[in-house]
Design a protein around this ligand. Structure first.
Ligand SMILES: [Fe+2]
Length: 208
């Protein structure tokens, strides 16, 4: 029986303020993310799909014959994975490591020119995503870094890019509307204050 679980938040729902306020975290994590997770588990159980790895599932969606089931698993499985990555890489402003260092920083400089240019690139992708979606920082199969954007709950796995996502920006309105209304750029700028680069760096080490 499939039983994917949401990652546990390492901090309290109010600890991400003022960048993201308590009500947004509670709704986003407690309602949206929970619904993606519950729906994914129900879909897998109802359709007798046995899979314990979300990355394997999303990388092999074409093995699911029924188109409606495949689409529903892409959306809810993507929502499950993407939000796990999002919440796992956020930390309160005073706790988060604000800048990468060492070999990881060298890789960032190699791919984007500088850390500031990486942030500018992610911001540009986040702002140019029409409607709902995500911006991702990923590790390519040859160990370099790449920034991309995805529609809805798609991600580098469901897109079969071969890349491993290690950080992301949620640009669905549910991520920022209560705090920033329509000002997606203000949300993205502020979000960089609570992305914990020590977690992202660890994910880079695991993925490279
Ligand atoms: Fe979201």
């Amino acid at each position: 029986m499939a039983n994917f679980e949401q990652i546990k938040l390492k901090y309290g729902a109010k600890d991400y303020a003022p960048v993201i306020n308590q009500e947004t975290i509670e709704t986003h994590y407690g309602k949206h993310h929970k619904t993606y997770t519950d729906t994914l588990n129900k879909l897998l159980n109802d359709n007798n799909i046995d899979c314990s790895s979300i990355t394997e599932l999303l990388s092999n969606l074409d093995r699911i014959e029924d188109e409606n089931v495949r689409t529903a698993i892409k959306n809810n499985g993507g929502g499950y994975f993407n939000h796990n990555l999002y919440f796992e890489t956020l930390a309160p402003k005073d706790t988060a490591k604000h800048e990468p260092e060492g070999e990881f920083l060298s890789k960032i400089n190699e791919a984007f020119g500088s850390f500031d240019e990486l942030k500018a690139k992610l911001k540009a992708l986040a702002l140019s995503q029409f409607g709902s979606g995500w911006a991702f920082l990923s590790v390519t199969p040859d160990g370099s870094l790449v920034a991309t954007k995805s529609l809805n709950q798609d991600n580098p796995y469901s897109e079969k890019s071969g890349n491993t996502p290690i950080a992301c920006i949620d640009v669905w309105e549910h991520a920022y509307y209560l705090d920033y209304k329509n000002l997606r750029a203000a949300y993205v700028d502020a979000l960089f204050d609570i992305i914990d680069w020590s977690v992202v760096e660890k994910k880079y080490e695991e993925a490279k």
